[in-house]
Design a protein around this ligand. Structure first.
Ligand SMILES: [Zn+2]
Length: 242
């Protein structure tokens, strides 16, 4: 999984999720539903299933990216499944909150507002925002959590073998580097954190809705800081053993 492949999958997932959520909105609209709780009864399970599926797929994109950076294979763990559930549970009510806002101002989900691209009353805008943010969040969580889990595994190996293992993967805030990048994210672009830094910032939560940024990874093996910290004697000893 390289950056190009990650971006390709991300764009595909984003497109599909927007499309599926837009279909739901169309159905609500076509049935003339004016009450959000009725909409939730009719479409809630379907919306939840869609969110669950796209959280999973996006999370795996992030996790596979981390695993490939550490030259490992990715397998979903209980921690991953719990993370995915948390994201779905977080975004599910957000959709209904957005739609409730639109319904309250208009009585129905009027289509005319959908031609005003960034109107709060545009259902397209609401759907797009949810889709982009959920996918950004899921990829980011997958990236960070997998890296954390791999580090724990690496440390265990280190204790056992007493080999010099370089620790300290670095996370780098990375924008999409296109014309849509906003000043907030431009400012964050290139900022680096150690894995265990409590000040670590994650997109989209530390930026804004609609954020499409990533946390890129500099594996400890490639980072300059870690090379300085290495115990070179220990490396030579290790080399002799082989
Ligand atoms: Zn961003």
């Amino acid at each position: 999984m390289n950056k190009i492949e990650r971006d390709r999958q991300r764009n595909q997932l984003e497109y599909e999720l927007q499309y599926k959520l837009s279909n739901i909105i169309d159905n609500i609209r076509n049935q003339g539903i004016r009450d959000i709780s009725i909409a939730q009864v009719h479409f809630g399970p379907e919306v939840k299933e869609i969110l669950r599926r796209y959280t999973y797929l996006s999370y795996v994109v992030g996790a596979e990216y981390s695993a490939s950076k550490k030259k490992m294979d990715y397998f979903p763990t209980a921690i991953d499944l719990q993370n995915m559930r948390m994201i779905t549970d977080d975004y599910y009510p957000r959709i209904w909150l957005r739609l409730n806002l639109i319904l309250h101002r208009n009585d129905v989900l009027l289509q005319k507002y959908d031609f005003v691209p960034r109107s709060e009353l545009s259902t397209n805008y609401a759907v797009t925002t949810i889709a982009i943010s959920l996918i950004t969040r899921a990829i980011s969580r997958g990236t960070v959590s997998e890296l954390e889990q791999l580090q724990t595994a690496t440390k265990r190996i280190r204790v056992k073998t007493k080999q010099a293992v370089i620790e300290g993967d670095v996370l780098v805030w990375t924008t999409q580097q296109d014309e849509l990048v906003c000043p907030t994210c431009e400012e964050l672009d290139g900022q680096q954190w150690a894995m265990d830094d409590p000040g670590l910032q994650e997109p989209p939560d530390d930026a804004h809705d609609n954020c499409r940024c990533y946390l890129d990874i500099i594996p400890a093996e490639e980072s300059d800081i870690s090379v300085d910290e290495l115990d070179f004697e220990e490396i030579e000893l290790t080399a002799e053993e082989f």
